[in-house]
Design a protein around this ligand. Structure first.
Ligand SMILES: [Zn+2]
Length: 512
């Protein structure tokens, strides 16, 4: 009997010891971790993300900014936000300068052979006369728009085929070409060109006979037909021209513009912070899409990730120290209009913002967090991301991504964090007729949404505030160092004047 007591005493001492060890281990650990474990469980096991994406695709469908379907999408989003239990759910209205509706687009090559071409109009571009138009095809090189623009009289009565020949000039990346192309289209229209074939800056699409629509400038419209052509048709027309053949094309294109501005709105809901509710992390994606399909990958995937991230946090019962504001932006495709409107409407609150976390890179798994120039944050962030290694191995960089709703926040000095994805199929689905629900895998979607939820909670729950806005001169110097100046100036989005030209970019060697 005594022996038994002795054994029990030893056992109980051991248990006390190990309990003490567990407690001290937990005290040393990141206290946010237990919350993240619960959020991961909700996000991965209880995900409704694919169900929401199915509803958005089938009950709403394509949702071009300013269209009736776009308004329906906002109502749908607000309903979902209320149903999952977000606070302060509301529509934040803004105006888009002009609405646009796609009509029909037909084209055929009539010489040297006769065949139908596969075309679709680019967004916010014009129409032919009602009876159609025709003309001879001439080529213009996307990499050499300065030169091509020197003799604009050559465009009169012609149809211009944009081609990509040779190498780009220094700093002539995709975004800069995008900015230069808009100017070129205006010049061609002014000089009586009939139409332009070549979509977004004339970059070839990726085959499978798909066209890819899109806008040709930030808040820009054009009174000339500009058509996206499939790779297959583009290549054939180029072969004709390269071999010196005269190419004749006929087309009939009809689109309509609204007479004036059209109302749009961002859909907004919150999880209020438990300690510093006035400090805010924005978690966002764009709700608007193009209209050749359902916009499932661009950016239904991101939109339902935002909703599902919010739902996972709410169902976990965990409330972060600071507020997480979930925003479904509109007007992204017309030039980041919704996120620019947000930053403007919340100007007085911007010093209290921690950053903006966005998912908008197609249908693939998240592969990298790009911190929008904030090299001061990469170290802590990498540690956090390393703790997610059992879900996925992810990189961290300070790269600036201006092609989505991170842009306006980056200019405001905040980390506009882009969740870059590994989406090799996006080159087919991007703005095309293939952007449908079939292209999204439910497991990848649930994982991306869960990573968004965990990242949002981690940022909002830091004991010390995650980030404060940088002063303008520091942001300007960073954007120059990241080669964003030319593009932002060309699109009229550079707000810093001469700032940042002299400053040393104090980026530590670690971050690249
Ligand atoms: Zn997008």
């Amino acid at each position: 009997m005594r022996r038994v007591f002795a054994i029990l005493a030893v056992l109980s001492a051991l248990l006390t010891l190990s309990a003490a060890r567990v407690i001290s281990k937990e005290a040393n650990e990141d206290p946010t971790k237990a919350a993240l474990v619960k959020i991961a469980g909700e996000g991965l096991v209880e995900s409704h993300a694919f169900e929401y994406l199915t509803q958005l695709s089938d009950d709403v469908g394509a949702r071009v900014t300013g269209s009736p379907q776009s308004r329906k999408a906002v109502e749908w989003s607000l309903g979902k936000m209320r149903a999952i239990g977000l606070e302060n759910v509301r529509a934040e209205k803004f105006q888009i300068w002009r609405g646009w509706t796609r009509g029909t687009a037909q084209a055929e090559v009539t010489d040297p052979i006769h065949r139908r071409l596969n075309v679709d109009a680019m967004g916010w571009t014009g129409s032919t006369p009602a009876a159609g138009a025709e003309g001879e095809l001439i080529a213009a090189n996307v990499f050499n728009l300065d030169q091509e623009s020197k003799d604009p009289a050559k465009f009169t009565g012609k149809i211009i085929l944009m081609v990509v020949k040779g190498e780009p000039k220094k700093d002539q990346d995709g975004l800069l070409i995008f900015a230069q192309f808009g100017e070129f289209v205006k010049l061609a229209a002014k000089n009586g060109a009939v139409a332009i074939f070549g979509g977004q800056g004339g970059f070839k699409s990726e085959g499978m006979n798909l066209t890819h629509t899109g806008i040709l400038g930030f808040s820009a419209d054009f009174n000339i037909p500009v058509l996206s052509l499939t790779t297959e048709d583009q290549s054939q027309l180029e072969r004709f021209l390269d071999s010196g053949k005269k190419v004749h094309v006929g087309l009939n294109v009809h689109n309509t513009f609204s007479d004036g501005p059209v109302e749009s709105a961002n859909a907004v809901g919150e999880i209020r912070g438990r300690e510093h509710p006035e400090e805010i992390l924005v978690v966002g994606a764009h709700l608007d899409s193009w209209d050749l399909s359902e916009g499932a990958t661009d950016n239904g995937m991101g939109s339902v990730s935002v909703l599902s991230a919010a739902e996972a946090i709410l169902r976990s019962g965990q409330r972060p120290r600071r507020t997480i504001r979930f925003v479904l932006f509109n007007g992204e495709e017309q030039g980041l209009l919704g996120s620019y409107a947000y930053v403007k409407q919340h100007q007085s609150e911007m010093p209290n913002h921690l950053g903006d976390l966005v998912l908008d890179e197609g249908q693939g798994p998240v592969k990298e967090f790009q911190l929008g120039g904030r090299y001061d944050l990469t170290g802590d962030f990498q540690e956090f991301v390393d703790s997610l290694a059992n879900i996925r191995s992810i990189r961290v960089s300070d790269k600036v991504e201006f092609g989505t709703d991170t842009g306006p926040f980056i200019v405001a000095g905040l980390p506009g964090i882009n969740m870059n994805q590994d989406s090799p199929e996006y080159k087919y689905t991007h703005h095309s007729a293939a952007d449908a629900l079939e292209e999204v895998k439910p497991d990848v979607l649930a994982q991306d949404a869960t990573l968004m939820a965990m990242t949002a909670f981690w940022i909002a729950d830091r004991p010390e505030r995650f980030a404060k806005p940088w002063p303008a001169n520091k942001t300007a110097a960073m954007l120059r160092a990241q080669h964003q100046f030319e593009f932002l100036r060309a699109t009229g989005l550079w707000p810093f004047g001469d700032q940042g030209a002299e400053e040393n970019n104090e980026k530590p060697p670690l971050s690249e």
